[in-house]
Design a protein around this ligand. Structure first.
Ligand SMILES: Cc1cc2nc3c(=O)[nH]c(=O)nc-3n(C[C@H](O)[C@H](O)[C@H](O)COP(=O)(O)OP(=O)(O)OC[C@H]3O[C@@H](n4cnc5c(N)ncnc54)[C@H](O)[C@@H]3O)c2cc1C
Length: 287
């Protein structure tokens, strides 16, 4: 049973309140404006972002919106949040766009839509790698993770944009290899990754991150071609975040303004020898 399963309120869907509570089960190392955040769920600077994510949970349980905000994953027969669904038809693509539009109308930014894009991309790439190799290993590993994500109704942050360093150089040519997230060690239990991802939407108040490569890679960049999942409080991970408002916006009584109710934090993620077990590694070295 995962950390959030106790909070299920309707099948696989948790409520906005359940989502807020679920954040207390994680202890991420988050800095906002240089200050270490003791509790993400209680931090005034992050509340507008948490409020916005909560809407994505409550809308899925609102009977008027359920047909749009949820979808049935036919492989499991389960009803899941639209933002965690693997597309099965052209209608799914249109429904996802409409769901994002409705969430943005209320909150300014749906934030969880990135999870949908990332999950669908990893699903496709896993199948392509397997097809090229005549195996089923990548599909199976991703399917097991997807089942956990959908059953837990997690919010997933997408750590894709690398810090990049010198833009004219490829990852393996960088003077500082930590400008891109890369594999620094492989062992029988998993991989160890280091490096920096930038501008990760909603990072402090997510449950997990999907780490993905941000550009095409060549053979010499194989260690930088890594895609995996990890919890927000993975040891060695530091989240350096903006308040959940607009960049540069002044705080009022310690809280970000934006719409006063809703906002979006973005963060830099610094990975310092973060361990990821093989069951959470979707590809590693498949440039
Ligand atoms: C509000 C917001 C939220 C975001 N959320 C996320 C998120 O959740 N997860 C995530 O992974 N990313 C996120 N991003 C990052 C976003 O996807 C990146 O900003 C985008 O991919 C561009 O990367 P960059 O900023 O490094 O720009 P660059 O790659 O530096 O590009 C800047 C410009 O320079 C050009 N350029 C770059 N290199 C060269 C070169 N060598 N030669 C010629 N031209 C070049 C580019 O074409 C572009 O026009 C977010 C960004 C914003 C603004």
């Amino acid at each position: 049973m995962t950390r959030d399963r106790m909070l299920l309120t309707s099948g696989r869907l948790i409520s906005g309140a359940g989502y807020r509570e679920s954040l207390r089960r994680y202890t991420p190392k988050v800095y906002v404006d240089g200050e270490l955040i003791a509790s993400v769920a209680d931090a005034p600077t992050l509340q507008p972002g948490i409020n916005a994510l909560a809407v994505s949970y409550d809308f899925a349980l609102d009977s008027d919106k359920t047909p749009l905000m949820t979808a049935v994953q036919t492989s499991s027969g389960a009803t899941v949040n639209r933002m965690l669904h693997i597309n099965e038809s052209a209608g799914d693509l249109l429904n996802k766009l409409e769901a994002v539009r409705i969430l943005c109308q209320e909150t300014g930014c749906a934030q969880r839509y990135l999870a949908h894009d990332a999950l669908n991309a990893i699903h496709q790439v896993s199948a392509r790698i397997d097809d090229a190799r005549g195996s089923s290993e990548h599909r199976a590993r991703f399917a097991a993770y997807l089942e956990e994500v959908q059953a837990s109704d997690w919010s997933l942050g997408i750590a894709m944009t690398d810090a990049k360093g010198d833009r004219s150089k490829r990852p393996h040519q960088q003077a500082n290899p930590d400008t891109y997230v890369h594999i620094v060690e492989r062992n029988p239990r998993g991989i160890v990754i280091s490096g920096t991802k930038a501008i990760v939407t909603g990072a402090p108040y997510m449950h997990e991150f999907l780490v993905m490569p941000s550009r095409n890679m060549g053979p010499a960049d194989a260690d930088f071609a890594v895609c995996c999942a990890l919890p927000v409080d993975a040891p060695g991970l530091t989240i350096i975040a903006r308040p959940a408002g607009r960049p540069g916006e002044k705080l009022e009584h310690g809280a970000a303004l934006f719409s006063r109710r809703y906002g979006q934090s973005t963060a830099v993620l610094v990975f310092d020898r973060v361990f990821v077990p093989w069951e959470r590694v979707f590809f590693a070295g498949e440039w």
